[in-house]
Design a protein around this ligand. Structure first.
Ligand code: NAP
Length: 489
């Protein structure tokens, strides 16, 4: 028999895709004794924060949504940020999650007490919360990374990061600079190009871009999905299977395997850009898949516009009114957009976390974040992470991994509740063996083939991605095995 709800408080930290998915699954399992802590004033995570023009999913929406909460109404193959945020808001309302939510409440400290098997969480409001289980769903790509470029602080025009877009700022007719050419930049550049006076894109590394082939979804198809959910499920699995089939081309350090997608990308470039010099500058010089592959139909064509300029000369300095590049050229700007990515949260503890025997998570992770199957960390009992270390995909939807982690955590919670256990703590040798296996395979991935990316730690280690198929990951995590855990009654 399960204990009364009040006997088993569960804390979910973060109300983005991970936290919301966990909360829905808990409710569906009949467990209502959870509280969701969200540091911002609204739910949504990535999709609340990334509202820059053009912000959209670059994974098809039918796969980038919960399998247990399909949305037959997606308006496009790749939904825009606002539509994804609306979907998450609907999930929250439909499953009655509001009453569990504590908005504007950051967790600033977490401490485990072995004797009681409880975590004490301290909030930014200086309250404490006692939890039997903590689900850390804080996300990885959250806090903007501001580039360390001389003079950045001296810029006098409008200055903002893509993940902190200032909607009140009108860029129409202005001279705008964009630093960065990653997944955020390829969306923002073509979206603002038609309205700004002049757009200067500062590129450090040219990226592989694949056609997006985004389409509106017809009303008829939406009705079909609404009436026959299994049809949408089939589409979902078809899209997933396709991404898995492409997996080796992205994941493996196998130049011959890359020829096909590299040729497809170069053909796309040829179609989009007529000027050979411009094409040369936009041609990437690293192995396909080493950095995140970009998906866009309108990024490369944007450079054909007369008001858009690509600057490949390195930046020397940012001045009050523009950017000087190393060749001595000066690019006057009224506004500067930093599309420079995120300070990687996966590699560090999100706040002080103290486990058994006073062990600190930051200290445990000082040589890189490691966990068992990306979910549990030895010495930190009853602490389950979603989108934790080495669980990112390079080729498919992250939610496939997240749903598996949710299922795994749920099994552990059921065991803890059902058997009245004090805690479960993954055994160190089990965790070490798992990670040694991952790191052995990491050498053979394209991520280790010599380019620089947010996937890598400063010392070159990869604690971000899973070096295999998503289906392999899902199979490996499908069952919570008590023998792999130290169990305290
Ligand atoms: P990113 O991929 O890390 O790209 C950052 C860009 O800024 C790179 O082009 C980088 O150049 C450049 N940069 C950084 N510091 C610089 C400096 N000091 N000087 C000059 N250039 C500098 O960041 P992102 O585009 O925000 O994407 C991050 C991740 O977020 C993606 O990989 C993806 O996982 C996710 N994302 C997803 C979507 C989606 O549609 N689902 C959309 C946006 C983002 P280098 O390449 O030379 O390092």
């Amino acid at each position: 028999m399960q204990p009364q709800a009040t006997d088993f408080p569960i804390a979910i930290i973060g109300a983005g895709f991970g936290g919301i998915g966990m909360a829905i699954r808990l409710k569906q399992a009949g467990i209502h004794s959870f509280t969701m802590f969200e540091r911002a004033g609204e739910i949504g995570g990535t999709w609340r924060d990334n509202v820059y023009p053009g912000a959209a999913c670059d994974v098809p929406s039918h796969v980038y949504s919960f399998s247990f909460e399909q949305n037959p109404g997606w308006s496009r193959g790749f939904a825009e940020s606002g539509e994804i945020q609306d979907y998450l808001l609907r999930c929250v309302e439909k499953h009655g999650l509001r009453e569990h939510l504590r908005l504007d409440t950051a967790i600033v400290d977490a401490r485990f007490d072995e004797a009681t098997g409880r975590w004490t969480l301290t909030t930014s409001r200086d309250e404490t919360f006692s939890a039997r289980v903590v689900i850390s769903a804080v996300g990885g790509l959250v806090d903007p990374a501001y580039p360390d470029i001389k003079g950045l602080q001296t810029f006098q025009g409008e200055l903002f990061h893509t993940a902190r877009w200032d909607r009140s700022c009108d860029l129409a007719g202005k001279r705008v600079g964009v630093i960065g050419t990653g997944a955020s930049a390829v969306q923002v550049v073509p979206s603002i190009a038609p309205e700004v006076g002049r757009l200067t894109v500062f590129q450090r590394t040219a990226a592989w871009v694949m056609p997006k082939r985004d389409r509106r979804i017809s009303e008829r198809t939406k009705r079909l999905f609404a009436r026959f959910p299994f049809v949408q499920r089939l589409v979902r699995w078809g899209l997933f299977a396709l991404s898995e089939a492409m997996g080796p081309m992205v994941i493996l350090d196998a130049p011959r395997l890359k020829r096909l997608p590299e040729r497809a990308s170069l053909r796309h470039l040829e179609k989009c850009v007529r000027d050979p010099e411009l094409r040369r500058k936009l041609t990437p010089h690293f192995q396909f898949g080493c950095k995140r592959i970009l998906i866009s139909d309108d990024y490369w064509p944007a450079f054909e516009r007369p008001n858009v300029e690509l600057v490949t000369e390195p930046i020397a300095e940012i001045r009050a009114d523009g950017i000087e590049t190393k060749d001595g050229a000066f690019h006057p700007l009224d506004a500067l957009v930093l599309a420079t990515g995120f300070a990687l949260g996966l590699a560090t503890a999100p706040f002080p976390v103290t486990g058994r025997g006073g062990r600190s998570l930051a200290e445990t992770w000082k040589r890189g974040a490691v966990a068992y199957k990306g979910v549990t960390v030895s010495g930190f009992p009853n602490w389950f992470m979603l989108m934790g270390p080495n669980t990112g995909p390079g080729h498919t939807s992250v939610l496939v991994y997240t749903e598996s982690q949710i299922g795994y955590a749920l099994q552990a919670i059921r065991k803890l509740m059902g058997e009245g256990l004090r805690f479960v703590d993954v055994r160190q040798p089990v965790q070490d063996r798992y990670n040694a296996g991952l790191q052995r395979r990491m050498k053979y991935t394209s991520w280790a083939s010599g380019c620089n990316s947010w996937y890598l730690d400063p010392d070159g280690g990869n604690h971000a991605l899973f070096p295999g198929f998503a289906s392999e990951y899902c199979l490996r995590i499908r069952r919570f095995e008590p023998r792999e855990y130290e169990i305290a009654r």
